[in-house]
Design a binder for this molecule. Structure first.
Ligand SMILES: Cc1cc2nc3c(=O)[nH]c(=O)nc-3n(C[C@H](O)[C@H](O)[C@H](O)COP(=O)(O)O)c2cc1C
Length: 149
């Protein structure tokens, strides 16, 4: 059984829907998953030696939504080295924009820099191809769940 914090960055709710479905799947498989819709530094701290699943869309020009940008800045400016953290990333975007899935990619790059250990590949979801993101994310989460210890 793993403890997973699901950290959400969303503008219109697509990423939140994906996160809530991920939580249900992970809990069904015997893990303990909690969704953080407006994630704070204190929430992140709970998972420093556990699992974080970042589920974020992209806004602006490859930017993180307001709901998760402060957490990203805190991690970048105040943490630095997180070798005990395991994480996964589900990135929502739209390939008609020039910085496809830039928000999720930025988060992955930051955690890689800080020596956190990624579990599985980053899932990139393209709204222009798949208007229902959970049809891609649910099978990904089911598989991701089997990689957790
Ligand atoms: C104003 C605006 C800017 C966006 N900028 C990007 C972008 O730079 N790169 C990208 O891949 N998608 C971009 N998108 C697409 C969203 O990330 C995508 O529609 C996503 O599914 C929205 O999910 P959400 O409801 O969780 O915010 C943008 C969408 C809007 C409305």
């Amino acid at each position: 059984m793993a403890e997973i914090g699901i950290f959400v960055g969303t503008m219109y709710g697509n990423a939140l829907l994906v996160a809530e479905e991920a939580q249900a799947i992970l809990n069904e498989q015997g893990h303990k998953a909690t969704v953080y819709e407006d994630p704070q530094a204190a929430d992140w701290a709970i998972y420093q030696d556990k699992y974080a699943l970042i589920v974020t869309s992209t806004t602006g020009q490859g930017d993180l939504p307001e709901s998760i940008a402060p957490l990203f800045h805190f991690i970048r400016d105040s943490l630095g080295y997180q070798p005990e953290l395991h994480y996964g990333v589900i990135a929502l975007g739209d390939s008609t924009y020039s910085h496809f899935c830039g928000g999720g990619k930025q988060f992955d790059a930051l955690l890689q820099e800080q020596n956190a250990q990624r579990v599985g590949d980053v899932l990139l979801i393209d709204a222009s191809e798949d208007p229902e993101p959970e049809t891609l994310s649910n099978p990904w989460v089911e598989q991701w769940s089997t990689l957790l210890k």
